[in-house]
Design a protein around this ligand. Sequence first.
Ligand SMILES: [Zn+2]
Length: 47
Amino acid sequence: MVKCVICKNKIEETFLNKIIGTYVNKKSVCRSCQTTYKIEELEEKTK
Ligand SMILES: [Zn+2]
C-alpha cells in the first residue's frame, strides 16, 4: 500500500500498479496534493 507523504492518505493504484499521483524526490504524492501544491512546495515538503 502506498501512502502520500504529505497528507498521509492512501494513494489509489491503477490496475497496472501505477499510483494515481506522482513521485517527488522518490516519495509518493497523491493526486490531490499534487494539484494543491506547486512543484516547489512539493519538493520542499518531500525533503
Ligand atoms: Zn496527499
